[in-house]
Design a binder for this molecule. Structure first.
Ligand SMILES: Nc1nc2c(c(=O)[nH]1)N[C@H]1C(S)=C(S)[C@@H](COP(=O)(O)OP(=O)(O)OC[C@H]3O[C@@H](n4cnc5c(N)ncnc54)[C@H](O)[C@@H]3O)O[C@H]1N2
Ligand code: MOO
Length: 325
């Protein structure tokens, strides 16, 4: 599978050392500066020359074959869209990392097509999730020590299959509904939860209002939020089936186009997504106040990544949409 070859050191970048190379510095020490199997990089050349190595024995895969490290590197480089960096190979694997906080998007169909090629294995984090800077989001590997170059070329030809989209904060409008809060019977516990989540994403609240369970009043406040410069409107409560649950009707009455009312996701299934003059308007059910993580935490990063969500996006959330408790 490999052949032994002598190459000038300056031409050895990317090739694999066939044996350990010893460095001796009087008074300092003696030991292997490079190990068998090390793939020579451009940064190694000056040290190799200083060690007196003008020629090297390298192992080279037979024509048409690629070493596991080179294969993993090529898979990572070809697969990475925007917002990614990659590590040096370790144990034959190359990890892709988020270059910044953002929304991870995986082209699942492409990923599956590549993993079906044969000896390529790529594992990723879940599509459409929030990732922090530096998070490992994918690992690329091939199974044998040397793999047919044709398999790698096929994967490369499919193009990028992963990206981390940057998030841009949006000025938000917040409308807290419910007669119990509007009439001062209980303190508002929902508004602060949403404000805290928005703050984490750097979204200023440019409009905040309370409404009772009158759809007309809530609808008017949604329009006021837009007029005040909100580029995302969040309405809390009143999302389920009681006679006083008027928020979905209010969002419609404001003139918004409803993408979905109800999402196959728990908690938060009574969520509504709508757009009014291009501005996302969301109806947040009671669970968003109560539960640590809900559908809202999965929709907000997508909105801030600039995605316009469709019914199909919500339909896809069912698989994996039951959060562990
Ligand atoms: N028979 C059914 N029961 C329930 C359904 C259903 O479809 N059929 N849906 C369930 C789901 S899912 C949720 S979530 C909850 C609540 O949904 P709502 O969005 O309608 O919540 P509300 O009725 O407005 O309030 C519920 C509860 O929370 C208190 N609340 C609401 N807003 C505030 C606030 N700003 N500050 C403090 N407390 C607030 C409110 O007083 C109620 O006690 O319904 C399930 N049930
Ligand atoms: O809409 Mo409820 O739990 O499914 O939040």
């Amino acid at each position: 599978m490999f052949t032994l070859r002598v190459v000038p050191t300056e031409e050895a970048v990317g090739l694999m050392l066939a044996h350990d190379l010893t460095r001796i510095v009087p008074g300092e020490g003696k030991g292997p500066a490079f190990r068998r199997g090390h793939v020579v990089t451009a940064a190694d050349i000056s040290l190799l020359l200083a060690m007196g190595k003008e020629h090297l024995y390298v192992w080279e895969p037979l024509p048409g074959m690629v070493h596991e490290e080179e294969a993993a590197r090529r898979l990572a480089a070809a697969g990475a869209g925007q917002g990614l960096t990659w590590d040096s190979p370790a144990e034959g694997k190359v990890s892709l990392r988020a270059a910044h906080r953002g929304l991870l998007r995986v082209d699942v169909a492409r990923l599956e097509a590549i993993n079906a090629i044969g000896e390529i294995t790529i594992a990723t984090r879940r599509d459409a999730t929030l990732v922090e800077a530096g998070t490992v989001v994918a690992g690329c590997k091939v199974t044998p020590l040397v793999v047919a170059e044709e398999q790698i070329a096929r994967a490369e030809a499919m193009g990028p299959w992963i990206q981390v989209k940057p998030l841009a904060p949006l000025p938000a409008g917040l409308i807290v509904t419910g007669s119990e809060v509007f009439k001062g019977r209980i303190p508002d516990k929902f508004g602060p939860v949403v404000e805290e989540k928005l703050e984490r994403f750097g979204c200023p609240v440019v409009y905040k209002a309370y409404s009772d369970d009158q759809a007309d009043r809530t609808a008017a406040k949604i329009r006021e939020a837009l007029a005040a410069g909100a580029r995302m409107v969040l309405c809390t409560g009143g999302m389920s089936v009681d006679p006083d649950d008027a928020t979905p009707g209010a969002i419609r009455r404001a003139g918004a186009q409803v993408v979905t009312y109800g999402v196959p996701f728990l908690p938060g299934s009574m969520f509504m997504m709508a757009y009014l003059e291009g501005v996302p308007v969301m109806g947040l059910p009671g669970a968003v106040m109560y539960e640590k993580e809900t559908v809202f935490d999965h929709v907000l990063p997508r909105v801030l990544a600039g995605e316009i969500l469709t019914k199909q996006d919500f339909v896809r959330m069912g698989h994996g949409g039951l959060l562990p408790r």
